[in-house]
Write a protein that binds this ligand. Structure first.
Ligand SMILES: Nc1ncnc2c1ncn2[C@@H]1O[C@H](COP(=O)(O)OP(=O)(O)OP(=O)(O)O)[C@@H](O)[C@H]1O
Ligand SMILES: N[C@@H](CCO)C(=O)O
Length: 326
């Protein structure tokens, strides 16, 4: 359940009146997502025909200083024709507002609602479309004027390793090998790969689909400036395995890469780097999940995600990476 902030009906109506979107008719909290509070907002629309939006109140994990980057990126990509939601600016032209709630100042933004549903069991045709949409954002972001450091990059990995020190066995004893593997992957990390702004978390729950077509890429709150091939490696790890990471679906992985290359062909250097980047992607999600596993109370409302599902992917890429990406 992800509505951490309460907004009363009158306050919500007054808030929505700050935007030129018609009058509020309903506001429903959205259960999906864990980081921020989200509502599906319905209004009369400016033409009286009704309109839908997503209202996001940013909670602790999203830094206010990053909002101009995240929201500016959405506007830049949408203007370039990418399937991402636009930010609805308020009557003063601001992309986000700050309001006081229960003694705390919180930031919020109103975002275009996009139709579609996330795939629980993606098909190859859907993976192909997602690869293409990812390549489209990489190309379109080349002339986005802002950059952002990856908050989930190597320095963060080392921080997670340190904070899990001595506690791996509480999750699974085999994870005691993780610190050594982090050192290995960082030491071999390729330095000269072409960069752009990447999504960095393009899992199936962050893609809206209508049939086989991508209708929306959402949740850009990990977006950062990194090698484009790393984004593809993240998506490969996220899309082409069973949720527990035990079964790899080679056809889905191939379709994702083929869809990507139909829009932006990889260089040979990028292709050669994929086996290592995919190990890095597996470590990134293993580490954040391990940290959350050890630091989320068992009775919390948020369901903890299994770190071992990414240990299984890591083991797969270490053994088969060269042939999978050949
Ligand atoms: N622009 C949009 N159009 C339609 N639905 C959306 C849009 N943005 C978000 N949603 C819906 O809201 C849900 C939660 O959004 P989102 O994943 O961004 O939340 P979050 O708490 O920031 O995410 P997470 O915890 O996964 O990082 C999505 O699963 C989707 O159903
Ligand atoms: N997509 C991530 C959560 C958000 O970073 C995971 O499945 O672990």
């Amino acid at each position: 359940m992800a509505v951490y902030t309460r907004i009363g009906a009158e306050d919500m109506a007054a808030l929505i009146a700050q935007f030129d979107v018609g009058t509020l008719t309903s506001a429903k909290g959205i259960a999906e997502g864990v980081s921020n509070s989200n509502w599906l907002i319905e209004t009369t629309g400016t033409d009286g025909c009704g309109a839908r939006f997503i209202l996001t109140v940013y909670e602790e994990r999203t830094e206010v200083e990053d909002l101009p980057f995240f929201l500016g990126l959405l506007d830049h990509l949408a203007a370039a024709g990418c399937p991402v939601p636009r930010t609805i600016h308020d009557r003063s032209g601001a992309a986000f507002r700050q309001i006081e709630m229960g003694g705390e100042v919180k930031s919020l933004a109103l975002i275009e609602f996009l139709p579609g549903v996330s795939a629980d069991n993606p098909t190859s045709a859907q993976a192909h479309a997602v690869g293409g949409a990812m390549a489209q954002i990489h190309r379109a972001a080349q002339d986005f004027g802002m950059s952002r450091k990856n908050g989930m990059g190597h320095a963060a990995w080392r921080g997670f390793v340190e904070s899990c020190q001595g506690r791996w066995a509480e999750i699974d004893p085999k994870l005691e090998a993780v610190p050594g593997l982090v050192d290995e992957v960082i030491a071999d990390w390729p330095r000269e790969l072409p960069q752009s702004v990447i999504h960095a978390d393009l899992f199936p729950d962050n893609v809206l689909l209508m049939g086989d077509a991508v209708s929306g890429l959402i949740d850009f709150y990990f977006a950062c400036t990194e090698p484009m091939a790393y984004d593809l490696a993240v998506a490969h790890a996220a899309w082409s395995f069973s949720p527990d990471g035990k079964r790899h679906d080679a056809a889905i992985g191939r379709a994702l890469i083929e869809g990507y290359e139909a829009v932006r062909p990889l260089t040979q250097i990028e292709r050669n780097a994929l086996p290592l980047l995919a190990q890095g992607a597996s470590l990134r999600f293993l580490l954040t999940r391990a940290y959350d596993w050890l630091n989320t109370p068992v009775d919390a409302l948020v369901t903890r995600k299994d770190p071992c599902a990414f240990w299984n992917r890591l083991a797969f890429y270490r053994e088969n990476g060269a042939s999978v990406f050949a």
